[in-house]
Write a protein that binds this ligand. Structure first.
Ligand code: AMP
Length: 268
């Protein structure tokens, strides 16, 4: 988050409440990042939808999470915000980031595939203020099981929308959207803006403001990135050579599928 130091606007300038300013200070954030400086005032004061072009690592979770907490009414029953994320890892990350600023009374419920559904049902019965989930599981609760009601939401947030479409969640997203009220505010965040995303925006969002941040790299300058282009059949050989070439190799190998993970791990 090197960019935040260059941005001299303070969190106080953005209009957040004292309580949240305290939580932000406790967390150690000094200055808002670019996406935060752009999105927070719009969400606090504006009444339009928002399209944010930003990738992970830019502070986009707090950009929507902080104003959302600021506007939340703890005493109101019914879900007030629904956040959709492409993977369970991201959903967990988003929920944790939001909880880290929130009053202990704010109930944030996570819904994602692979998790014990009974635990989710218990959480839902308690009446969450904010729900964070992956599209498949959210649709399951909303439409198949009817254990989730989104008719009361004020905010609908699509996080990493391009990733969700890449995974093939378009249908789920659209079905979920048909079960939300017309007068909610919709926010869409995406690192890229391909045509499918723009179609989604056109079809489901009202008038909106755009916040695009220049794609500054958020990865530390001390990291050198290298890529090798190899044919699929040569990938394992190439990986083995990289490992052999590197003294005290220590790293993580990411694969596309579970099967690839099993195969690479056993071969290594
Ligand atoms: P995100 O892009 O939301 O995944 O955030 C990337 C990382 O930056 C997370 O670890 C956040 O806790 C952290 N972060 C977000 N906003 C700030 C800020 N204003 N100052 C310092 N760190 C931040």
């Amino acid at each position: 988050m090197t960019e935040s130091l260059e941005n001299k606007t303070t969190f106080r300038d953005l209009g957040l409440s004292e309580k949240l300013l305290e939580a932000i200070e406790k967390k150690g954030y000094q200055y808002p990042s670019e996406i935060q400086a752009g999105v927070i005032p719009l969400l606090l004061n504006g009444d339009r939808d928002i399209v944010g072009q930003a990738q992970t690592g830019t502070g986009k979770t707090a950009a929507f999470g902080l104003p959302l907490l600021d506007r939340l009414n703890i005493d109101k029953s019914g879900v007030q915000a629904m956040i959709l994320a492409p993977t369970r890892e991201l959903a967990i990350q988003v929920a944790n980031e939001i909880k880290s600023f929130a009053d202990a009374r704010v109930r944030v419920t996570l819904l994602y595939g692979g998790q014990n559904i009974r635990d989710e049902l218990m959480e839902l019965k308690r009446g969450p203020h904010i729900v964070v989930g992956t599209p498949g599981r959210v649709k399951d609760h909303l439409i198949t099981k009817r254990t989730l009601n989104l008719s009361t939401i004020d905010y609908f947030i699509l996080d990493e929308a391009d990733e969700m479409l890449n995974i093939g969640f378009r249908e789920e997203i659209e079905e979920i959207l048909t079960h939300t009220p017309e007068n909610k505010k919709t926010l869409l965040f995406s690192a890229t803006m391909p045509r499918e995303i723009l179609n989604l925006v056109k079809q489901y969002m009202h008038e909106y403001d755009t916040v695009a941040i220049q794609s500054k790299t958020t990865i530390s300058d001390r990291i050198t990135q290298i890529y090798y282009e190899v044919a699929p059949r040569n990938k394992f050989e190439a990986l083995s050579r990289v490992i052999d070439m590197t003294e005290d190799f220590y790293g993580i190998v990411f694969c596309k599928t579970k099967m690839d993970v099993v195969e690479v791990a056993s071969k290594l």
